[in-house]
Design a protein. Structure first.
Length: 193
């Protein structure tokens, strides 16, 4: 997660965090993630690099945020425009509703058009206050179907990760075998001379 967030350019950090987060602030953000309370979802490429990441932070109950969660997402520039942010949002919504969350909240800078588009497309109400916007999406209650859908999504994600991991190990093994063959060939050619 740290590697992913540190790879963001300054303007992307500004849009993701709402301020120009430096490396130390990003390290502190990652260090303070509470995995007993919050959820983090990711999309990995074939090299098992985290190319898109979402943070679902469950908010403490109050008069304004009873059973609410806040959503944030980042996608590396090289893979933008492929719908990863929207897919992570949809997964976070499904996950949250299956944990009795009834409201998803997104705090974004008003200039963060991509994030606000994701929220609007999901049906969120967006209120703008100067340079900042807040999107609120009411979530339906969990159903047997939503629980089953999340289970299938999680299993598909785990299978995808395992296949990529296996392919990476096989590529490493092929590379080692190639180096051994090259070494043997070199030894044979020097013996013949």
């Amino acid at each position: 997660m740290l590697t992913h967030l540190l790879a963001l350019a300054p303007e992307d950090r500004y849009l993701r965090f709402g301020y120009a987060a430096n490396d130390a602030q990003i390290r502190r953000y990652v260090d303070l993630l509470d995995f007993d309370r919050d959820e983090v979802f990711g999309v990995f490429n074939r090299k098992l690099e985290l190319i898109a990441m979402a943070h679902l932070a469950y908010l403490p109950d109050s008069a304004q945020t009873r059973h609410a969660a806040e959503f944030g997402v980042s996608v590396l520039p090289k893979v933008r425009g492929r719908g990863y942010g929207a897919r992570l949002f949809d997964h976070a919504v499904l996950h949250a509703r299956n944990r009795h969350v009834d409201t998803m909240i997104i705090h974004a800078l008003s200039e963060n058009a991509a994030m606000l588009k994701i929220a609007r497309n999901a049906g969120a109400t967006v209120e703008r206050d100067g340079g900042e916007s807040e999107a609120r999406l009411r979530l339906p209650a969990e159903t047997f179907g939503s629980v089953l859908e999340e289970l299938v999504e999680n299993q598909a994600g785990e299978l995808d990760y395992q296949l990529k991991s296996h392919a990476q190990r096989m590529d490493g093994l092929r590379r080692i075998v190639g180096e051994i063959k090259a070494g043997i060939k070199k030894v044979r050619s020097s013996v013949i001379e």
